[in-house]
Ligand binder design. Sequence first.
Ligand code: 8YV
Length: 327
Amino acid sequence: MSSKPRILVARKIFPEVIERLSQHFDVESNQDDVLWSDAELIERLKDKDGALTTGTQPINAALLAACPKLKIVSNMTVGYNNFDVAAMTAAGVLGTNTPDVLTETTADFGFALLMATARRVTESEHYLRAGKWTRWSYDMFAGAEVHGSTLGILGMGRIGQGIAKRGAHGFGMNVIYHNRSRLTPELEAECKASYVSKEELLAKADHLVLVLPYTPDSHHAIGAVELAQMQSTATLINIARGGIVDDKALAEALIERRIAGAGLDVFEGEPSVYPGLLQVPNVVLTPHIASATVKTRLKMSTLAADNLIAYLQGQAPITPVNQPLAR
Ligand code: 8YV
């Protein structure tokens, strides 16, 4: 029997990363990309020392109790709301994520979604594809201005700052933000961003981008009440997590044109999408692809692998999210 630590790779990833992991570990991988139930995941993980996960596998007290050998769960994501961090810490299990390597790529996509929403790119493409374009008219798909407008950012971590810089420096936007903690004066100057209350952010943003982590506190942070505080000409962009927006309230606001449009990369209960959103024309919908470039996904999976290799070889993890208690 091999003495290498045993790990599970829970979803299909780059073959070269599996190859690299195999040099260090006994690897059970899911290159067929089967979607396992929670019970199937536990069954495969119960004799493993580590796991590489992709953010959709819940790591909770029940799983931890059933997997006594587990030492590390390495998420190939920056957001780790699939982790019950307190339960992991108590069980002596390290969690790691993949910050930094996806910041610029995800900020690029936030901007792509903002521009597509403001300038009604998908709505007008659907019209063209349906053969409805027969003549020019002065107000055909007239949208909202991007350059020189007010960019609001809710959640001002690394990705929020990346979006702020694109808006301020690239498009001459007036950038306002709200966050649990205020940035340092140096960072505010770098991002050309001003701190405002959440109320002011909602009232003043022409384009409001959500980039905050999903926690019990941020559940439905944007619901009917908040949408009512936005301008009727404003757009809402969510590249953070489903569940931060109340999708039903948003669909109603879009139908009634209480806001002008929305760009959504994430959905509560994804990959299911609230049916009302599919019926609304003034919304751009993408299937959680903000970090999806080949280079960035390779960097994310490599960092996730490096965390496993370092920690299971007795070294410090590169990007830990907790400090597990001794077992
Ligand atoms: C992931 C993400 O691709 O990193 C994150 O937090 O949302 C994306 O980059 C996604 O979570 C995979 O499940």
